[in-house]
Design a protein around this ligand. Structure first.
Ligand SMILES: [Zn+2]
Length: 93
């Protein structure tokens, strides 16, 4: 009876250590491999930019980019771009 009992305990201990080892290894592999993937994803974020003409926020990918005076501006439409350029011109003289 006691022999059977210790055998069971041994089996459980072996199983338990095997599971722990598996979890540790899995965690280590998980920690190494997806770092590259997540980095690649984060290089292209869905960044919102503000249209200085109508003050609407738009995704940078869809915005019309225009560099004015060394500063990048993003517009939701061509109309807003033209409107802004007209305004900027009249402001600077
Ligand atoms: Zn706009």
């Amino acid at each position: 009876m006691t022999f059977k009992g210790t055998l069971m305990v041994r089996l459980i201990v072996y199983l338990f250590s095997a599971i722990v080892l598996y979890i540790i290894l899995k965690g280590l592999l998980k920690g190494i491999s997806p770092s590259r993937k997540s980095f690649d994803r984060r290089t292209e974020p869905e960044e919102l930019v503000q249209d200085p003409s109508c003050e609407t926020y738009i995704p940078r990918r869809l915005a019309i980019k225009k560099t004015v005076g060394g500063i990048d501006h993003y517009f939701c439409s061509k109309d807003c771009l033209e409107k802004y350029l007209r305004g900027a011109r009249s402001r600077t003289g």
